[in-house]
Design a protein around this ligand. Structure first.
Ligand SMILES: C[S@@+](CC[C@H](N)C(=O)[O-])C[C@H]1O[C@@H](n2cnc3c(N)ncnc32)[C@H](O)[C@@H]1O
Length: 159
């Protein structure tokens, strides 16, 4: 964990950022059923552990990841220090503004509902999308599955 000096008090980086995540974007954190900092952090770690188990190769081998529906970075925050590129998109402007400001390793982009994603064909070697498709109707699910297929390299992963 990174620690930093601020106002003469030693603060543990991730915990301080998590506190901000839940308070600055509390509405979104509650969308995922969490209003406690510890639970938000623990869920992110659990999700990444499950992704690592399901992935056909180590997560660190990926070079270009897309987090579709990044929210306030429940998963993205765990990727601090990731050596590949990590893009996060969301239709919620507040969420994207928060991620862009607080998670500088994320290439954050606001997207428009029902519009093509702002990426070239086959850019990514894996896509992560947690608790996003469950919020869509079938028509949007089919549209975004096609879009995610377009921006992902053939035979690569979508979790
Ligand atoms: C329940 S939250 C999950 C956020 C994050 N994936 C997580 O696990 O914490 C759902 C997120 O999906 C975003 N979202 C919904 N529809 C979307 C779409 N069509 N394109 C991109 N993001 C979308 C919402 O704005 C919200 O941030």
């Amino acid at each position: 964990m990174a620690a930093s000096e601020r106002g003469g008090r030693l603060r543990i980086g991730p915990r301080a950022r998590l506190g901000s995540a839940v308070s600055a974007a509390g509405a979104d954190a509650s969308h995922v059923g969490l209003d406690d900092v510890k639970h938000f952090g623990a869920h992110g770690a659990d999700i990444v552990r499950a992704l690592a188990t399901a992935s056909p190769r180590p997560l660190t081998d990926y070079r270009d990841l897309l987090d579709f529906g990044v929210g306030v970075g429940r998963v993205a925050r765990v990727f601090k220090g990731f050596e590949g590129a990590y893009a996060g998109v969301d239709v919620d402007a507040d969420n994207i503004a928060w991620v862009a400001e607080r998670l500088p390793w994320v290439e954050a982009a606001k997207t428009e509902p029902g519009a093509a994603l702002p990426f070239s064909d086959a850019r990514f070697d894996a896509v992560i999308s947690v608790s996003v498709f469950t919020h869509m109707n079938e028509q949007n699910q089919l549209f975004y599955l096609d879009e995610l297929r377009r921006v992902t390299q053939p035979e690569r992963s979508c979790s």
